[in-house]
Design a protein around this ligand. Structure first.
Ligand SMILES: Cc1cn([C@H]2C[C@H](O)[C@@H](COP(=O)(O)OP(=O)(O)OP(=O)(O)O)O2)c(=O)[nH]c1=O
Length: 210
């Protein structure tokens, strides 16, 4: 017999992609976005920054639910490119010009897309985190192609100014080391495993079968 509280799940994210990915495995939790400072200090590796920001989101949402039988799942997706000076992290572009610069930087290179996960168990304040990283290689993009992509508007609200789940799929020539779902914003199997660690019981059956 399972012991412990029967936790309610809350998705701490405004991202429609995360909601859809969870819905794909039969989970439709209520959504409560976290509003936190997503800035990073120095030049951390993308997996470090992604977990750090996901933890900030989870802590912020747990703070108003102290002692409740609730687990809050938060995530953060960061695109990182590395050169001789270290990592440059690309978050969500603030405007079209920044989106253009990001796409020019990503053109013809391999980037690391990391999604950090953090589950806050509000009953006792425990935090559980994990991260997945996917290497994404883009072919060289011409200026006209970048302009056409910017016209589509798909760059908005997406780390690195592109969505692999849309037209930018045509830019990608290689994917390794992690999942497609991770690039879209939520490594689903990893998120389910983390929820299980936190004591959430209402997971899709296949998690328990592993
Ligand atoms: C690289 C990439 C990112 N993205 C998205 C996933 C995330 O929604 C977004 C990165 O921003 P995040 O700050 O991780 O998430 P968010 O602001 O959308 O939502 P919240 O903070 O409330 O959880 O970029 C794609 O949809 N496709 C892609 O190919």
């Amino acid at each position: 017999m399972e012991a412990g509280p029967d936790f309610e799940l809350v998705l701490g994210s405004a991202s429609p992609r995360r909601r859809e990915l969870l819905a794909g495995v039969g989970l439709a939790p209520p959504v409560v976005p976290a509003d936190v400072d997503e800035s990073v200090v120095g030049r951390p590796a993308p997996e470090v920054a992604a977990v750090d920001i996901a933890r900030r989101k989870a802590r912020a949402l747990a703070a108003s639910r102290v002692g409740a039988a609730v687990v809050v799942l938060c995530a953060d997706t960061v695109v990182g490119v590395q050169d001789e000076d270290g990592w440059t992290l690309l978050g969500k572009p603030s405007d079209r010009d920044e989106a253009r610069r990001m796409l020019q930087r990503l053109s013809g290179s391999t980037q690391v897309v990391s999604t950090g996960l953090c589950v806050a168990r509000c009953s006792d304040g425990a935090l559980f985190d994990d991260v997945e990283s996917t290497h994404v290689t883009m072919r060289p993009l011409g200026p006209d192609e970048i302009d056409a992509y910017l016209d589509s508007g798909e760059w908005r609200d997406k780390a690195g100014a592109y969505g692999i789940q849309g037209r930018a799929d045509a830019f990608v020539v290689g994917l390794s080391g992690g999942g497609f779902d991770n690039v879209v914003g939520l490594p689903v199997e990893r998120a389910l495993a983390l929820l299980e660690r936190a004591g959430y019981r209402h997971l899709p059956d296949r998690v328990h079968e592993q």
